[in-house]
Design a protein around this ligand. Structure first.
Ligand SMILES: Cc1cc2nc3c(=O)[nH]c(=O)nc-3n(C[C@H](O)[C@H](O)[C@H](O)COP(=O)(O)OP(=O)(O)OC[C@H]3O[C@@H](n4cnc5c(N)ncnc54)[C@H](O)[C@@H]3O)c2cc1C
Length: 443
């Protein structure tokens, strides 16, 4: 059952090219003979979980994936409803708050397994649905008052409240500390003014996490930021406007994207939008701590991005293998050529390595370790997803460039991973390198 049963440890033989080719051929032929790309290395419970969500992805998600992508549509209700019934939105919420995570310890591996299978079914219409509730619930668990946890976590777990995360602004993306949207004290609460951007699912969402500047002293930088939770009605279109009874207004317009379609990512403007005082995360104590609360969710978001990349890679790899066996060129299936076998085997090896690394990091995160490693695996999986989907497209020849083949969708979907949840350059320099230097300095 171990991954090495399918993938020999000694794959590359730099001093023996014939042996290296033979090793790759052997891997590819084993993949075909066994009908899978290698074991996932999960225990029975997680494997059962994986099978359940794999079936849901194949039965409910996949039939919608092409249509939504090509028409830039919204996620169909049967996907959201089905995932609510399965408790999916409560994956990162402890049982005592209505979720399905054990109370004593997080279970990041379950989250990875579910995310990968849903992303294999469709990145934009399923694979990313649990990212927002995860980021919001982690921030709530870290910084929320008891009343806030009791109120919002069960609503997030059941899917009654769908989350939108509003951190990025037109002038501040990687440089989160610069966030300029303001929240000023008003009668019984706060009023928000300014523009956020790239807020995924902000139209459909009815609960928004907004990182905003509550302290007017600019020298405070990231210590002047707080998190407000704002409610709004749910909308399904590419644009929305809502005026509150108090007169405040929120307006959103979706940004057209090449992939990652289904949730729509919005530019959103706030005009004196009112949020009651009780929705300041952490209460008065939470003022100026928004940056830290939101960071708590980001490690989870990053490892989840690795799982999303694995799901897209898996789908691309399966499509490539299928096409290679069906399509004959120079009188024989493309799969019969050594170079194709090499490509298939190499894609499988890289995907397996990335998946096993992510599983390891999930266990570290369960023990509240592995923050840097979560960024590292997000970086790696995002990068290799571009290569794997590129090779899968290449194996399809001209048809890889045709919209009618799903592999073209996998290619454009994969491109987003290196950009969101932290752009790769910033992750490399300011998180990974910095953390390694700090570790070195600490001996
Ligand atoms: C589809 C999509 C969905 C998104 N969803 C959300 C969401 O729901 N909520 C949300 O808040 N945000 C969301 N984002 C925003 C995303 O997190 C940002 O795009 C990302 O953080 C990068 O910020 P930026 O776009 O402003 O790029 P910039 O910060 O302008 O960076 C531009 C380039 O400069 C590089 N760079 C920056 N600093 C350095 C440096 N020091 N050295 C070298 N290079 C550097 C970056 O790596 C990048 O390549 C989403 C983005 C996309 C594309």
């Amino acid at each position: 059952g171990n991954v090495y049963d399918v993938l020999p440890t000694r794959i590359l033989s730099p001093h023996n090219t014939d042996k290296a080719i033979q090793n790759y051929n052997e891997i590819a032929d084993k993949i075909v003979a066994k009908g899978h790309f290698g074991a996932y290395g999960l225990d029975d419970d997680h494997e059962m979980f994986r099978e359940t969500f794999k079936k849901f992805a194949e039965d409910v998600v996949m039939p919608h994936a092409e249509h939504v992508h090509r028409h830039d549509d919204i996620i169909p209700e049967d996907i959201i409803g089905g995932l609510k019934d399965m408790g999916c939105f409560g994956l990162c919420i402890p049982e005592s708050y209505g979720g399905i995570q054990p109370n004593d310890k997080p279970d990041n591996l379950s989250m990875l397994v579910v995310t990968e299978e849903l992303s294999r079914g469709g990145l934009g219409i399923a694979g990313s649905l649990i990212t927002r509730p995860e980021i919001m619930s982690k921030a709530l668990l870290k910084g929320g008052t008891q009343e806030q946890k009791d109120k919002w976590l069960p609503l997030l777990a059941s899917g009654e409240r769908m989350a939108g995360i509003m951190v990025t602004e037109p002038n501040y993306g990687s440089d989160v500390a610069g966030v300029s949207v303001t929240a000023k004290p008003a009668n019984g609460g706060w009023v928000i003014n300014g523009v956020k951007t790239w807020c995924t699912f902000a139209g459909y969402a009815n609960l928004l996490l907004i990182l905003c500047r509550t302290e007017s002293d600019p020298s405070l930088k990231h210590k002047g930021l707080s998190i407000l939770l704002a409610e709004k009605p749910s909308f399904t279109g590419h644009e929305f406007t809502y005026t509150q009874p108090e007169g405040g207004k929120i307006e959103g317009k979706a940004i057209g994207t090449i992939g990652y379609r289904g949730m729509h990512s919005f530019e959103v403007s706030f005009d004196n939008y009112f949020v009651p005082a009780e929705n300041l995360l952490g209460g008065e104590e939470g003022r100026g701590k928004g940056f830290y609360f939101q960071m708590e969710g980001f490690a989870g978001g990053r490892i989840q991005t690795a799982a999303r990349a694995h799901g897209v890679m898996q789908a691309a790899l399966e499509a490539a293998l299928r096409y290679a066996q069906e399509r004959a060129v120079f009188q024989k299936p493309i799969y019969e050529y050594n170079l194709t076998k090499y490509k298939i085997a190499r894609m499988a090896v890289i995907l397996q390595a990335s998946r096993q690394f992510a599983n390891h990091v999930a266990n570290l995160l369960d023990d509240h370790k592995g923050q840097m490693e979560a960024t590292l695996i997000k970086f790696y999986a995002s990068k290799v997803a571009e290569w794997v989907t590129r090779e899968a497209m290449q194996i399809h020849g001209g048809m890889g460039y045709a919209e009618e083949y799903a592999v073209s969708r996998y290619f454009v979907d994969a491109r987003v991973f290196s950009i969101f949840e932290g752009a790769e350059e910033v992750m490399a320099l300011r998180v990974i390198a910095k953390s390694l230097m700090d570790q070195y300095a600490a001996g």
